[in-house]
Design a protein around this ligand. Structure first.
Ligand code: PNS
Length: 171
């Protein structure tokens, strides 16, 4: 019978290199909207990440440990196929500003073409987080800027350790 399925599984995919407070806000709001939320990290990235997928999984698990309906995982290949394999019917994405829209629109339409039964649901980022991106956080941090309040405290600590490692390697 058509209608709302009784157990809605959503995937929140991304690079999360590293997770920011903007991502975290979206995850928390997503956990209230869906029965299960799988936060999943793309594995086959061509760009050089700051953190390995395993490190990113650990960081994500640390921040979502008190949410029983959130899981953290990673994936390869087409997102819609991964979603279908996990019986997910929703892809969750955040939109911060109009500049995100074009990229998100392209992906959502392509994903819809591939698997029309899977819906992309967008949540607007909270104003307080709408300027935060993983890329800018890394740039500001590497240049000595203050990133407290932009990422969870555990992530900031890991970034410090990572920076120390790099400095030691270069010395
Ligand atoms: O956090 P990001 O880097 O903006 O996330 C992009 C992501 C992981 C959602 C996107 O690159 C993706 O879904 N990749 C998986 C491969 C795929 O399905 N490509 C076609 C998407 S239209």
């Amino acid at each position: 019978m058509p209608g709302k399925p009784s157990n809605v599984v959503a995937i929140y995919p991304g690079s999360f290199d590293p997770i920011t407070n903007g991502h975290l806000d979206l995850i928390q709001r997503g956990s209230r909207l869906f029965d299960r939320l799988i936060v999943s990290i793309l594995r086959n990235e061509t760009k050089q990440p700051l953190f390995t997928v395993e490190e990113r999984i650990e960081m994500l698990r640390e921040v979502v440990q008190n949410y029983p309906n959130i899981e953290v995982a990673s994936f390869n290949g087409l997102l819609v196929d991964y979603a279908a394999a996990h019986e997910a019917t929703v892809l969750l994405r955040g939109i911060r500003a109009i500049s995100d829209y074009e990229y998100e629109l392209q992906m959502a339409l392509m994903n819809r073409r591939l698997r029309p039964e899977i819906e992309t649901v967008f949540l607007l980022a909270q104003e307080a987080y709408s300027f935060i991106s993983s890329r800018l956080v890394k740039e500001v941090f590497s240049l000595g800027g203050d990133i407290s309040g932009l990422v969870p405290p555990g992530v900031e600590a890991r970034m410090r350790r990572q920076l120390l490692k790099t400095i030691k390697k270069e010395a």
